[in-house]
Design a protein around this ligand. Structure first.
Ligand SMILES: Nc1ncnc2c1ncn2[C@@H]1O[C@H](COP(=O)(O)OP(=O)(O)OP(=O)(O)O)[C@@H](O)[C@H]1O
Ligand SMILES: O=C(O)[C@@H](O)C(=O)CO
Length: 412
């Protein structure tokens, strides 16, 4: 059984959706569960909120997840992080990978954020988003993890305790046996991690075969799709779509795509900006947002509350209030608002942004999710295991411009 440790909640639903689409019975648990899993499944995904936490906390959470997965029957482990890496030279991917390797008694793994279906590819160890390098893609302006370097080997070398090598494209296309030999050579030369090039899905398919016996793999969701395909051997599952119901959209992502999605949605529905200054200074601000949302719940399209701003405006806000203070005020406001709306009877939540989605799900307190139909690659509808509530957790840069309306058009 495959046990996945995801460093945020959108990332967890991203990978879970690819596992389900490729035939594995999968459940997503929010945080490390307190009891054993009753259902029989092929894969369990544990969502953590550990991407941007202090490193010791991220390690502690990840190890707790690993131990729970081991106790619940997982035999192969997958550390899922962002397809845009979202981890600067001070980030958690290296230290968490090291801790997981040590706990499993292993000394080698792969680094594979590639997700070609969403334009994330790796060539000569450099991560691309669409046709540009990661550090030219808008991710250099990320509010929490500004990505100023696209070289995965350099990033890992800054973060992790071992050395990082490369399995280049020319070697990957020679097939799985050759890739295994490359791993053996790298290990012999003292490397602990291998970045593996993948410019399209064919290389991920090869890689999935090469790592079928590797205890720990790390990466984005792209590789998981092919691991699932090989394990499920043609099995399929019927994924659900949510029923129509009171719906709200909460957007705390400032990514390039979310900015486009908010702009698109402003043409279609009622939208309201979450002003950081008001979030910081007014006690009744959540109540005001709540009343505004309630007023628009019967509109043809759901109301959207957004903190989303373009890079220049984000810079100004961060300079004025401090990046950390601003983002915490926004996350706190979204969490409180989501709680109020849930109590009021909102059943369908669409959230944008990994941190934002994580805080909302934690606030709503759901134990876990069944995985439904994908709205866009990597963004499924989710049904809570606890109550008739449905969520779509959109990673910052995922989905097309009309994502917010498309998600609602799927409801039956
Ligand atoms: N107007 C704003 N001013 C300052 N900070 C903001 C603003 N809007 C959003 N933020 C903060 O930026 C962060 C965005 O992170 P989040 O993970 O939610 O989105 P993302 O990084 O685009 O998504 P993903 O992690 O899925 O790629 C959050 O902490 C949020 O509170
Ligand atoms: O891999 C991705 O890009 C996403 O699942 C993600 O992790 C966003 O937070």
């Amino acid at each position: 059984m495959l046990g996945v440790i995801a460093d945020d909640f959108t990332g967890a639903s991203d990978i879970a959706s690819f596992l389900v689409e490729n035939g594995l019975r999968t459940v997503q648990m929010n945080g490390v569960p307190h009891s054993a899993l009753a259902e029989e499944v092929d894969a369990i995904v544990i969502s953590l909120k550990s991407r941007s936490n202090p490193v010791a906390e991220a390690i502690q959470q990840s190890l707790a997840a690993l131990h729970w997965l081991q106790k619940n029957g997982a035999t192969q482990f997958y550390f899922k992080y962002c397809s845009t890496f979202d981890s600067t030279e001070k980030g958690n991917i290296g230290p968490v990978t090291d801790a997981l390797l040590d706990a499993l008694g292993e000394d080698f793994t792969i680094i594979t954020p590639a997700l070609p279906v969403n334009g994330r590819t790796i060539f000569n160890g450099y991560l691309f988003v669409g046709q540009v390098l990661l550090n030219e893609s808008g991710m250099q302006n990320h509010p929490i993890t500004p990505m100023k370097d696209a070289n995965l080997l350099r990033l890992m070398d800054c973060q992790a305790k071992g050395k990082t090598g490369l399995v280049p494209y020319a070697e990957v296309i020679k097939g799985a046996e050759n890739v295994k030999q490359c791993f053996a050579q790298l290990k012999q030369q003292g490397y602990r991690y291998a970045v593996v090039d993948a410019v399209d899905n064919a290389q991920l398919d090869v890689l999935a075969q090469a790592i079928s016996e590797m205890k720990l793999v790390t990466g984005g969701s792209g590789l998981a799709a092919y691991m699932a395909k090989h394990q499920a051997q043609g099995k399929t599952h019927q994924a659900f779509v949510p029923p129509k119901g009171k719906t709200v959209i909460l957007s705390g992502s400032c990514s390039v795509m979310t900015n486009k999605q908010v702009a698109d949605y402003q043409q279609k529905a009622a939208t309201k900006w979450l002003d950081v200054e008001q979030a910081l200074t007014r006690d009744d601000f959540v109540e005001e947002l709540f009343s505004w949302v309630v007023k628009h719940l019967a509109d043809p399209y759901a109301p959207l509350v957004y903190a989303t701003v373009p890079p220049e405006q984000l810079k100004q806000i961060q300079q004025k209030f401090g990046a950390e203070v601003a983002s915490q005020a926004i996350e706190h406001t979204f969490a409180q608002l989501a709680g109020r709306l849930r109590d009021y009877g909102v059943t369908n939540f669409i959230t944008a942004g990994g941190e934002t989605s994580s805080i909302v799900v934690q606030q709503l307190g759901f134990k876990g999710f069944r995985i439904g139909k994908q709205i866009a690659p990597g963004v499924p509808w989710l049904a809570t295991l606890d109550a008739p509530v449905y969520l779509a957790l959109k990673s910052g840069n995922f989905g097309h411009e009309a994502f917010f309306s498309q998600a609602q058009e799927m409801m039956q």
